[in-house]
Design a protein around this ligand. Structure first.
Ligand SMILES: [Zn+2]
Ligand SMILES: [Zn+2]
Length: 290
């Protein structure tokens, strides 16, 4: 075994020393991570579980049986590509065309006996847990690049690829996210819309905040609470919490409620009367008799 690994080391050195344009970086791999609004608000670390290619332990990433090194491809002299030149009368090169070597599929090397465990690819899928640092106020659909955490290089001397993590905001039962702003929906009774009320509205800072809904609030009105949204990126200004008002219109009424709404309709259809309340009252009293 020790002889074999010594041999392996020698091969690696040879590979590094040899001018090899086929020396490749590992592939980038992609993963996605859903983070809660609280994490966006505060920033910090999240665990990311993923399945990614790792160097095959049976062949130590060479792809050859028992770790046998890859053999240099003679068809392309290990470059991975073939140059086709079209020469004119004076032997000057007119057109040069470069194509990937068909013998080694552009890798520059070949395997005589592939490793059984990885079928000659040199990699196997491995589960891993990584810690990803989420910046405060991270925008939705941000891609974080974590260098060197991608797939290992097919070449023993090549570096690993990068891991690209797509960060998305988790759905939240309370709020919708709109950039740095948070949207909250509150449904109020028709009477509360007319007369005004207060409501406790949740915030991301644990404590709920009391919101004054003024008399005469219209359906679809938006009440804005500056500084109660998400932090801006790079210490930018904090967004606002927007309370979107829906007004509930009752569909069933008691006899008493119906009588009151009918009375309101009569009052609303009458031309406005200037003067004090007592004048209006006396006029109302005269109506049934008159
Ligand atoms: Zn080749
Ligand atoms: Zn293998």
């Amino acid at each position: 075994m020790s002889d074999e690994s010594a041999q392996d080391t020698t091969v690696k050195r040879t590979t590094v020393a040899a001018p090899n344009p086929g020396l490749k970086r590992g592939a980038d791999i992609e993963a996605s991570l859903h983070v809660a609004l609280e994490r966006v608000a505060r920033g910090g670390e999240e665990n990311l579980h993923l399945c990614r290619p790792a160097a095959c332990p049976s062949c130590r990433g060479s792809g050859g049986r028992d770790g046998a090194p890859r053999r240099r491809c003679e068809a392309c002299q290990g470059t991975g590509h073939i140059t086709h030149s079209l020469r004119g009368d004076g032997q000057a090169v007119l057109i040069q065309r470069i194509t990937p070597c068909p013998a080694c599929y552009g890798r520059g090397s070949l395997i005589d006996h592939p490793c059984q465990a990885c079928r000659g690819t040199g990699t196997i899928a491995r589960e891993a847990t990584l810690t990803v640092t989420i910046p405060r106020g991270i925008a939705d659909d941000t891609v974080l690049r974590i260098t060197g955490q991608g797939a290992p290089s097919p070449d023993p001397a090549g570096g690993a690829g990068d891991l690209l993590v797509l960060v998305q905001t988790q759905r939240d039962p309370r709020f919708e996210r709109d950039g740095a702003n948070l949207l909250y929906r509150e449904t109020i009774a028709l009477t509360d819309a007319v007369l005004g009320t207060t409501r406790a509205v949740p915030t991301l800072d644990e404590a709920a905040t009391s919101v004054l809904i003024p008399p005469g609030t219209q359906a679809g009105a938006v009440l804005r609470l500056p500084g109660k949204g998400l932090p801006g990126l790079d210490g930018g200004r904090r967004g606002e919490l927007q309370v979107h008002i829906r007004v509930h219109v009752p569909q069933t009424l008691s006899h008493e409620e119906r009588a009151l709404y009918e009375r309101l309709r009569v009052l609303a259809s009458r031309p406005a009367i200037d003067g004090d309340d007592s004048a209006a009252h006396s006029e109302e009293r005269r109506l049934p008799g008159g």
